[in-house]
Design a protein around this ligand. Structure first.
Ligand SMILES: Cc1cc2nc3c(=O)[nH]c(=O)nc-3n(C[C@H](O)[C@H](O)[C@H](O)COP(=O)(O)O)c2cc1C
Length: 175
């Protein structure tokens, strides 16, 4: 069975993005092994001085890099903060630039936010520059997300549930 590493750009306990990851993991449990990256909040701040080519990585950074390397694909679900990406998510991506974990890696992106267009575009731009493989079918923007995703880990909005299914079906079949 293929493995997908899921990363929530929100570290909030009641996050709709985390809820979305849980719904997807449950829905697709017979087709794919979904692993949640739990270390976003404790990653050190990116500093090129601590990112020495060929040198030892900080343990938290090594764990992030290894989790991405070991996965067949990566699913990122994120909110938008102040018209951009949450800093914790951008920080994690910055740690992969020199070591190229995303190069050639299939990635699906869901931005679930109040509006979310800016974070969505920014994330896709960053992922493309680090050579992640993102198709038109593997990106989805869910605006007004709090109204569409229930606190009980359900997708209340039927159209959104269908869009998530289309994205995941196409993403998994391409792994
Ligand atoms: C500090 C802060 C800034 C935010 N800025 C934006 C924003 O610029 N655009 C937007 O669409 N939503 C914004 N939001 C709303 C979040 O995207 C929304 O609450 C989302 O559901 C949070 O994701 P989560 O439930 O996974 O934590 C902001 C929320 C916070 C807390």
């Amino acid at each position: 069975m293929k493995t997908i590493l899921a990363i929530s750009g929100s570290t909030r306990a009641a996050s709709v993005n985390l809820g979305l990851i849980r719904v997807i993991a449950q829905q697709y449990r017979d087709r794919v092994h979904m692993e949640l990256f739990a270390g976003l909040e404790t990653l050190p701040q990116f500093n090129p001085d601590k990112d020495i080519p060929g040198g030892p990585s900080l343990p938290e950074v090594a764990a992030l890099r290894q989790s991405i390397r070991a996965a067949d694909g990566v699913l990122i679900c994120t909110p938008e903060y102040a018209m951009g990406l949450p800093g914790a998510l951008k920080n994690a991506l910055d740690w992969t630039v020199s070591t190229c974990e995303f190069s050639g890696k299939p990635v699906a992106v869901i931005t679930a936010a109040s509006l979310g267009e800016k974070a969505h575009a920014s994330l896709i731009g960053t992922l493309k520059i680090i050579e992640a493989v993102i198709t038109a079918e593997s990106q989805l923007l869910i605006s007004f997300a709090q109204a569409k995703i229930g606190k009980d880990d359900t997708i209340k909005d039927t159209a959104t549930a269908g869009q998530v299914r289309l994205l995941m079906d196409s993403f998994i079949s391409a792994l």
